[in-house]
Design a protein around this ligand. Structure first.
Ligand code: ZN
Length: 191
């Protein structure tokens, strides 16, 4: 999928694309929304865009992926050595400190072949306290040419120390669906 395949989320995606176009992508993002799967697809599309061989460009900078080149295909298949996915472990449903240490080792290595290393935390609200604390320093100062992407459907469960270190993008849709009451205060965009 490319960014144009998410018409319902065009507001938040435009913000992201504007940062790409200006060469001002942040180093840590929190993507919050209603559906974790959709957030995963958006994170995957950003990973593709940053590593695509023939991206759509604006201002001479990549703002969307081609979705067909070998890099895009490998990222689609979760088979790219520079794009790391971390998910809650099946039984405990938490992201453990061991998983985070492993991830930090990986992203501190130079990219194998990509322009950018990306780490995507699927369900950042599942980080336990030790794992979150172990991650703070990396989140504040990721290695050069790396982007950390945290995904959550429950941003209110994240520690303030994590929230304050991420640029937040809300993928609540373009207002076609009424938001759930507890998310009613959220607006699309950076906070
Ligand atoms: Zn591509």
């Amino acid at each position: 999928m490319s960014f144009q395949d998410f018409p319902d989320q065009s507001q938040a995606i435009e913000l992201l694309q504007r940062s790409l176009e200006r060469g001002r992508l942040g180093h840590a993002y929190l993507l919050a929304g209603h559906q974790l799967e959709e957030l995963e697809s958006i994170a995957r599309t950003l990973a593709k865009t940053l590593n695509c061989r023939q991206p759509r460009r604006q201002n001479d900078r990549a703002v969307d992926c081609c979705d067909t080149c070998p890099n895009c295909q490998r990222i689609e298949q979760s088979n790219h050595p520079d794009v790391h996915w971390v998910r809650p472990e099946s039984k405990s449903r938490i992201i453990s400190v061991g998983q985070m240490r492993e991830l930090m080792q990986e992203i501190n290595l130079k990219p194998n072949e990509a322009n950018y290393k990306l780490a995507v935390l699927v369900g950042a609200d599942r980080l336990n306290i030790q794992a979150a604390n172990a991650f703070l320093k990396t989140l504040e100062e990721p290695p050069p040419r790396s982007v950390l992407i945290l995904l959550t459907t429950e941003p209110q469960r994240l520690l303030e120390t994590i929230l304050s270190r991420c640029l937040r993008l809300n993928f609540a849709g373009n207002g076609t669906r009424p938001p759930a009451p507890r998310r009613a205060g959220m607006v699309a965009g950076f906070q």
